[in-house]
Write a protein that binds this ligand. Structure first.
Ligand SMILES: [Zn+2]
Length: 146
């Protein structure tokens, strides 16, 4: 359990660097869509996305704030609309003023929201692991009951 907690904590701190838009932009090394498309690198980064591209999923991306992962982007997809349609409560995409204009208290409230998303992400991982372990135990026990 401690290792998941440590991983969660380090992922939370590592992701905080992505408040810097330039660091989000440079994650999109092999993004397939041009600057004049609705989901250009710049627009993806402005909406909080970082690239998770792999060879089999070249358009995989995750919102650094709400942790929502989306794949199969099309050139006419609007990154902000996509993020809010899949994660209604993403406070980063619901900001009513520029991030650089936030006061300390507003930033701390934002960080609290980001922590909430990370905790939910870990909760989903733990529940999935629990279900897998329970299923494995069920299968092992069924060998003895015939
Ligand atoms: Zn988001």
């Amino acid at each position: 359990m401690a290792s998941i907690g440590n991983k969660m904590l380090s992922a939370f701190y590592e992701d905080s660097r992505f408040y810097d838009n330039n660091l989000r932009v440079i994650t999109f090394v092999r993004w397939p869509y041009d600057a004049d498309t609705a989901c250009s690198v710049e627009k993806m980064a402005e909406a909080g996305f970082v690239s998770l591209a792999t060879e089999s999923a070249p358009t995989a991306a995750r919102c650094f704030f709400c942790c929502k992962e989306l794949d199969s982007w099309h050139p006419d997809d609007d990154p902000r609309k996509e993020d809010t349609s899949h994660s209604l409560s993403c406070a980063f995409n619901n900001l009513t003023k520029d991030f650089s204009q936030l006061q300390v208290q507003e930033f701390l409230l934002l960080e609290l929201e980001r922590a909430r998303f990370h905790i939910k992400r870990v909760e989903r991982m733990l529940l999935k692991r629990f279900d897998e372990d329970a299923e494995s135990g069920r299968r092992q026990m069924s060998r003895f009951i015939r």
